[in-house]
Design a protein around this ligand. Structure first.
Ligand code: FES
Length: 190
């Protein structure tokens, strides 16, 4: 019997297309879903579509640390995308969704509780990779699962900072999820 050859699928670059970076892929996918949803609304026009496409602005890409400087279970506090938004960079010691580094265990999240904005700094539990309990109403968040709520009053996951690496350097490159107190992450709270 004659063997059937496997089909050869050319790469994007072989087709003259640019390979997407991790950040471009995430925001392109999120933007596509948003535009498809908007386009299905009655009265939505092409002009509005172009306007919304223009509003898919890119986040600042900023160096926030070095992998070699992180100790497992010891959070580093930083601010992103604004000086007033505290975030926690952490090497979990366990694979985390969206994690970077050789063990895929370096993640970063905002420390503003999604329920009513309670401060989560100083509440990390390294033995369980949990952030919380929030001092206001006791919500806890699982940092291995994209900041999913484990228990408590909050219903939204903790916004996760999109990370990229270059050599030993770690860069923040976006935010997945709405930061508490903001109508849109790229517009400052009023
Ligand atoms: S503000 Fe954090 S649980 Fe209510």
């Amino acid at each position: 019997m004659k063997a059937i050859d496997k089909p050869v699928i050319p790469s994007r670059s072989a087709c003259g297309l640019k390979d997407l970076t991790r950040r471009e892929f995430l925001f392109t996918a999120a933007g596509s879903v948003a535009l498809v949803t908007l386009a299905s609304l009655p009265g939505y026009t092409l002009a509005q579509s172009a306007e919304h496409r223009a509003r898919l602005a890119y986040y600042p890409r900023r160096k926030i640390g070095q992998m070699s400087q992180l100790e497992t279970g010891k959070p580093v506090l930083l601010q992103y995308p604004y000086p007033e938004v505290n975030c926690l960079l952490i090497k979990l010691g366990a694979v985390g969704g969206g994690g970077v580094g050789p063990e895929h265990d370096i993640v970063c999240f905002t420390t503003i509780c999604t329920h009513m904005g309670g401060p989560l700094e100083g509440t990390y539990k390294p033995e369980h990779q949990i952030l919380g309990a929030c001092p206001m109403h006791l919500t806890t968040f699982d940092l291995t699962r994209h900041g999913m709520v484990v228990s408590g009053h909050a219903t939204e996951s903790l916004p996760q900072i999109v990370l990229e690496t270059e050599g030993d350097d770690i860069y923040a490159a976006g935010v997945l999820g709405l930061i508490y107190g903001y109508a849109a992450n790229l517009e400052r709270a009023v």
